[in-house]
Design a protein around this ligand. Structure first.
Ligand code: LLP
Length: 446
């Protein structure tokens, strides 16, 4: 397993993260447990800030959909990044954490009137408007609230990036954004410029997630700059901001080759500057929205090994106390992960096993065919790079409570999300009077 962030092997031969022995973390907080490496998270934010903001005056907005809770909002704010939210729930979390509203960008392809109103009331920095319906709705609501919100229009550049089908977004046949090629995007810009209650500030595109080739990004920037030129020619408007989304890939398993954040920044900013020079206008302010490349490698999930089922000559299943409910990515995208036995990390791998989750689904397999030392019930299995799209995509299937999350740094571990209790699972359940015990339905009731 590749060691991310502050991970190391301590003198006891155990996996340590943020100076904390992972076996002790498992004992103290229970498993499954999300462990968030504070320094790794913060240093990734700083790498982005240095590469984009210091070097190019660009804005970096952390994509909250990858991992968001109150403590994460606090760290993102302290590191000087903005925040991309995509729902009333994410917005609520950010506001409750005291995140400055002016640095919040509101995404989403179907924001409700309530969500838009909530954001207007909070005075967020910018709405990334996805479609014409939303543009009209926002303009109408802004009028009611006496505001003129800043708007960035999301467009589809027609870039087909190499990644999983479900996480591609830049191609024309996508539910997101106004298509440039069909003229819809230009019509959207013209409409935004007409509306009195809208301050049209710029354009957005996002080509997908877990992308390694910088050429796809460069090409998207090229398409966007050509569109900005067209807008200038047709409307006289100089687009002030260009948001090129997120998407930089991370290392999960062998074969994944993440690109350096600075190289990514140089390609994007270089293309924007060069094209602006060629067209003869001021380059727009660049915005990026990284998520996975900040939160992904900062997270590790600890599980306890339970049942082990050996089918001789076929497969050995090692079951853990979590699975698709805390990490749906393998089941959803055939995502692959590395793992180690946290207390046996110095022992050589001696068998190939498959790690099963505990949900009632044959597809609830966390890792197929992984080489590990001999696993026994009670061992702690650590799965790396689970910071992004794990907790945020977790669910209560089989009524499994969501795991706790601890923030580790310099040998101390602080709980930042409590383990969901069984009580919390039934908190929103209601029983109509007639279904209360001893008031069973009589034969004549229908
Ligand atoms: N900006 C926009 C508009 C996005 O849609 C996304 C991710 C991001 C930024 C952040 O992208 P990142 O840097 O994290 O790649 N659940 C899937 C990924 C879905 C991506 C959603 N959008 C997964 O687990 O792979």
């Amino acid at each position: 397993m590749k060691l991310n962030g502050t991970m190391c092997i301590n003198e006891k031969g155990h996996l340590e993260i943020g100076g904390c022995d992972t076996l002790e973390l498992a004992r103290e907080f229970g498993t499954p447990l999300y462990v968030l490496d504070e320094m790794c998270f913060r240093l990734s934010c700083r790498d982005y800030y240095d590469a984009f903001s210091i070097k190019y005056g660009a804005e970096v907005i952390y994509a909250g959909k990858t991992l968001l809770n109150l403590a994460v909002c606090r760290m993102v704010e302290e590191e000087g990044l903005g925040l991309d939210v995509v729902s009333g729930g994410e917005l609520f979390t950010a506001l409750k954490a005291g995140f400055p509203a002016g640095r919040i960008y509101f995404h989403g392809n179907n924001k409700s009137s309530d969500e838009l109103a909530m954001a207007l009331q909070a005075g967020i920095g910018c709405f990334i408007v996805d479609n014409l319906f939303e543009l009209e709705l926002l303009s109408h609501l802004a009028g009611e609230y006496g505001q003129v919100p800043a708007v960035i229009l999301r467009v589809t550049p027609g870039v087909d990036a190499h990644t999983h089908e479900y996480i591609k977004t830049g191609q024309i046949d996508s539910k997101f954004g106004l298509v440039i090629e069909t003229g819809q995007a230009l019509a959207g810009v013209k409409r935004a410029l007409e509306l009195d209650n809208i301050y049209f500030k710029g354009l957005h595109c996002h080509i997908g997630s877990q992308i390694f080739e910088l050429e796809s990004y460069r090409y998207a920037a090229e398409v966007m700059m050509a569109f900005i030129n067209q807008i200038g020619e047709e409307t006289g408007c100089l687009v002030a901001e260009l948001d090129l989304g997120g998407g930089l890939g991370v290392y999960y398993t062998e074969g994944d080759q993440p690109r350096a954040i600075q190289a990514y920044a140089d390609v994007l900013a270089g293309e924007v500057q060069e094209k602006a020079r060629g067209y003869g206008f001021q380059p727009p302010k660049l915005i990026v929205e990284p998520g996975r490349s900040i939160s992904g490698p900062s997270g590790t999930t600890l599980y306890t090994v339970g049942a082990i089922k050996d089918i001789p000559g076929i497969r050995k299943y090692v079951a853990v106390d979590g699975g698709m409910a805390d990490n749906p990515r393998p089941a959803l995208y055939q995502a692959r992960y590395e793992a180690c036995l946290a207390g046996k990390i110095t022992r050589p791998s001696s068998e190939v096993v498959s790690v099963a989750g505990k949900c009632c689904e044959s597809g609830d397999m966390l890792i197929w065919d992984i080489e590990l030392p001999v696993a026994e019930p009670g061992d702690i299995l650590a799965v790396s790079c689970t910071g992004a799209y794990n907790y945020s995509m977790s669910m209560n299937y089989n009524r499994l409570p969501r795991p706790a999350m601890v923030l580790v740094r310099g040998g101390s571990a602080e709980l930042i999300t409590r383990r969901e209790s069984y009580e919390a699972l039934i908190m929103n359940d209601l029983v109509p009077e007639r279904l209360m015990k001893n008031q069973s339905v009589t034969k004549n009731d229908h």
